[in-house]
Design a protein around this ligand. Structure first.
Ligand code: NDP
Ligand code: HSE
Length: 439
């Protein structure tokens, strides 16, 4: 290509940001790409509102009416698929519908490079999309799909191609981090904090995925493929979200000099990979405890380069759009060069419950003599080394206290919890809350 002609499908929060940056930085982008980079078409259901909201030239939108029907949009998209002049298509409609997958596959088959922020689609149809793209000689740019503005994809693809990544961890979902931060720092309710995150454009169209950890899981899956060459089915990753985190949990964590965060964690040991997304009690001495609002952070441990930390905006219109535009420039500048998509080397997933981490277990029991001893003995009997037993927050007739362990497996913890129940049936007033500790 000697001119990079771009179309955008879906001009909402992210797509609108892309159009805006492409319009504002047209000259700079062309200079950096070594060729003109022209945004030539946009398809959106609400052209008038979208043009107005993002300050974009109305003429770029397909259709002259203020709104168009989904059928009309499909027909415009079909024209773009068959338009030989269009080289790169930005997909920012979002979702994982068959309709969208079909569009992406048709674009690839038609020889168009696709740039997308859609981590859900890429995580669910990863091999399918990347294999088809490779066969068709086109590339999939997805920097924006993982941690918004943070250049983690190219960092792994390019900057660490001379190294071996050993672990990836961090905060990959802006909305859930925003909610936890606002609950802790400003005393907002879960629902109020979520509503603000939605207003600010951080949340997914269906925020369930932000809250239940799936969105973070989609991103972790993409990084695991890239860093460790492991193709995972999404359901292989053990995921839990922040839906059950209460003010009490946040306060209890603070008493233990920790902050609860939704953490993505993947570590490669030998040929096995441990991967999980779940709330963790992050020690306040760990930088992740300070990552507030919609900010994301990625921590890489490399064999040779050691620890690297990337921190930046994980969501938002222009923040995410900047990564998409960078992919467009990269594609234009490096046409013909494939993005590196991960080495496969017979790596497989580790049995999750065998991986050892330090845990905090909060017990809620009858407040009668012998309880602390019963708990400590059962934990010790499973070969778990106790780090500390926290103070008992006697709550009327209940004993509520945390036990922090040295690294051990969930299998050991489960056995201890079962043993306590066996020795004293009905002892638990609430099921013990088990949260990994991140130092
Ligand atoms: P939005 O809902 O803001 O934007 C989607 C846009 O697509 C809307 O304008 C929508 O119109 C339009 N649209 C829907 N159906 C069609 C169709 N059939 N044809 C043409 N246009 C259509 O979502 P976001 O911009 O927030 O998200 C887009 C993608 O980016 C998602 O995959 C999301 O996961 C990802 N992402 C989002 C981030 C963020 O900060 N928001 C950050 C990183 C990734 P209408 O509104 O009228 O339905
Ligand atoms: N909903 C996502 C988040 C958008 O809050 O992180 C960025 O991927």
């Amino acid at each position: 290509m000697d001119i990079c002609r771009v179309a955008i499908l879906g001009c909402g929060t992210v797509g609108g940001g892309v159009a805006r940056i492409m319009q504002d930085l047209k000259q700079d982008l062309s200079m950096r790409a070594g060729m003109p980079v022209d945004l030539i078409k946009i398809v959106d259901l609400n052209p008038a509102e979208s043009a107005n909201r993002h300050g974009i030239n109305r003429d770029l939108f397909c259709g002259t009416a203020d709104t168009i029907t989904p059928e009309e949009a499909s027909s415009f998209i079909s024209e773009i698929i068959h338009d030989k002049d269009i080289d790169v298509v930005v997909e920012t409609i979002g979702g994982t519908s068959d309709f969208l997958l079909d569009i992406v596959k048709k674009l690839i088959a038609a020889g168009k490079h696709v740039v997308t922020a859609n981590k859900a689609l890429l995580a669910l149809y990863n091999s399918d999309i990347f294999t088809t793209a490779e066969a068709s000689g086109v590339q999939i740019g997805y920097e924006a799909a993982v941690c918004g503005a943070i250049p983690i994809i190219k960092t792994i693809q390019e900057s660490y191609s001379g190294d071996k990544i050993q672990s990836i961890s961090g905060i990959f979902n802006g909305t859930s981090n925003y909610i936890l931060s606002k609950m802790k720092e400003e005393g907002l309710t879960f629902d109020d904090a979520l509503a603000i995150a939605q207003e600010k454009g951080y949340a997914e169209q269906d925020p369930t995925y932000d809250i239940n950890g799936y969105d973070a899981g989609h991103k972790l899956l993409l990084l695991i493929k890239l860093a460790f060459g492991l193709d995972l089915a999404f359901e292989d990753i053990a995921i839990s979200g922040i839906e059950d985190i209460t003010d009490d949990d946040l306060d209890a964590a603070q008493e233990l000099d920790s902050t609860i965060k939704l953490i993505c964690y993947a570590e490669k040991r030998g040929e096995k990979v441990f991967a999980t997304v779940r709330p963790m009690m992050v020690k306040n001495s760990n930088f992740l405890s300070q990552i507030s609002g919609a900010t994301n952070a990625v921590r890489l441990i490399n064999m040779y380069a050691g620890e690297q930390i990337l921190i930046g905006k994980g969501a938002g219109s222009l923040e995410t759009a900047s990564s998409i535009v960078a992919d467009i420039v990269f594609l234009a500048r490096n046409q013909g060069n494939n993005f590196h998509t991960g080495d496969s080397a017979g790596v497989s997933l580790m049995e999750n419950d065998e991986f050892e981490l330090p845990y905090n277990i909060t017990f809620d029991l009858d407040d009668v003599p012998g309880m602390t001893g019963l708990v400590a003995t059962a934990i010790g009997n499973q070969g778990i080394n106790i780090d500390t037993v926290g103070h008992n927050r006697h709550n009327i007739d209940r004993a509520v206290f945390p036990v922090a362990t040295m690294p051990c497996s969930m299998n050991q913890i489960r056995a201890a919890i079962d043993d306590i129940e066996k020795k004293r049936p009905g002892v638990y007033l609430n099921p013990p809350k088990v949260v990994p500790i991140l130092f």
